[in-house]
Design a binder for this molecule. Sequence first.
Ligand SMILES: Nc1ncnc2c1ncn2[C@@H]1O[C@H](COP(=O)(O)OP(=O)(O)OP(=O)(O)O)[C@@H](O)[C@H]1O
Ligand SMILES: [Mg+2]
Length: 289
Amino acid sequence: MILEAVNVTYEYPDGTIALKNVNFKVEKGQVVALLGPNGAGKSTLFLHFNGILKPKKGQIRVEGEPIHYTKKGLMKVRQKVGIVFQNPDDQLFAPTVREDVAFGPFNIGLETDEVERRVKDSLRKVGMLGFEDKPPHHLSGGEKKRVAIAGILAMNPKIMVLDEPTSGLDPRGASHIMRLLYNLNKEGMTIIIATHDVDMAPLYADKIYIISNGKIIKEGTPKEVFKDVKTIREANLRLPRIAHLVEILEKEDKLPFNKPYPLTIGEARRRLLDKWKLMETPSHSKVRR
Ligand SMILES: Nc1ncnc2c1ncn2[C@@H]1O[C@H](COP(=O)(O)OP(=O)(O)OP(=O)(O)O)[C@@H](O)[C@H]1O
Ligand SMILES: [Mg+2]
């Protein structure tokens, strides 16, 4: 396990118990999605992953080692685990975009040339080249979000934790960021995201956790998790639209479908083609999962 929360309970100073005995495991190289309704505890859990919050009970382990809540221990864990906050205003603070993205790399003692290279590279990856001299507070919401992601990217962490990375982004921007994360993952980065986007999660996640009311109520592959429609609805989530369409085709239009329903357009397409043999799947169009 590259990152683990073991029996974590957390209580805010006002007495709110935001996490109750949470177990959350991530293997190296995985993309893991955390889904859950507002107030479920997603952000609270994420803030534990680099030691910003300390469990009241239980333990966080990174690469098998419990976090040490000393200055040195925290510095060490923060080089491995980069967190993109839900609200970019909590993250961006420097007078310009360039300085903001450069802050982390400078702080870990990289040379100026390397810092400049990383700033440029990360801004290019999130589609924000050309904004270097702008003050972050003059950016739009979606632009801020991308710069916040660039700031963490520039640190090149082993584990990237993103709290609702696509919220506030336009559809193209959201797909762009998800593709970026997908590519980073292919290069070996472990990715953990909190999201409400049930259409996107099955496309990218190897594993999904559902949290509700401070408790993990379900975990498994997207197929395993979305099979449990009752739990999905209890957590104020819904099926992916494409699964919903198939459910309607079966229930209303009596087109027989085997369960579980497809979760992605690629899978639905494959199964429809198989079913009705409308045409051969063209070999050149590689259908994504
Ligand atoms: N600083 C705080 N002090 C007291 N209670 C807090 C604090 N921050 C969050 N909480 C409470 O902890 C619970 C979990 O909040 P958290 O922000 O982790 O939820 P979330 O799953 O990230 O929700 P969202 O989808 O809205 O981002 C909520 O009940 C919230 O009211
Ligand atoms: Mg949150």
